[in-house]
Design a protein around this ligand. Structure first.
Ligand code: SF4
Ligand code: SF4
Length: 113
């Protein structure tokens, strides 16, 4: 026990090595792939993102103007972002927040006359 005393005292008196998440979060790294977002006004509902997505978590319906993603199935590979012809898809630097229920993110494009 005496052998551990200096280590115990050091740990008690030094700063914590971990953060009090979720109250304290780390600054995200540059270019991190966080939450997937869409600028729906720029989207032309071509469906390329849905066709290219390896896990089929994007749904596009041109007739109803729907663009939908399941953020809990997304693997954040970035293929949809890289292949979008209008560059309306992008990643935020913050990660998708944890949730008790898995919900879809749905957007509707309103066509301008
Ligand atoms: S690839 Fe881009 S423009 Fe085409 S449906 Fe997807 S988000 Fe919209
Ligand atoms: S980042 Fe990858 S997995 Fe996520 S929606 Fe885009 S293509 Fe699909």
């Amino acid at each position: 026990m005496l052998n551990f005393t200096p280590t115990i005292l050091k740990n008690l008196l030094s700063k914590s090595s971990t953060r009090l998440y979720p109250f304290e979060t780390r600054e995200p790294f540059k270019n991190v792939r966080g939450e997937l977002k869409i600028n729906i006004e720029e989207c032309k509902l071509c469906g390329i993102c849905a066709k290219k997505c390896p896990v089929n978590c994007i749904k596009v319906d041109k007739k109803t103007g729907l663009w939908e993603v399941n953020p809990f199935e997304c693997v954040y590979c970035g293929i949809c972002v890289d292949n979008c012809p209008t560059n309306c898809l992008y990643f935020k630097s913050e990660y998708q927040t944890p949730n008790q229920t898995k919900h879809l993110k749905t957007f509707h494009k309103i066509e301008k006359n």
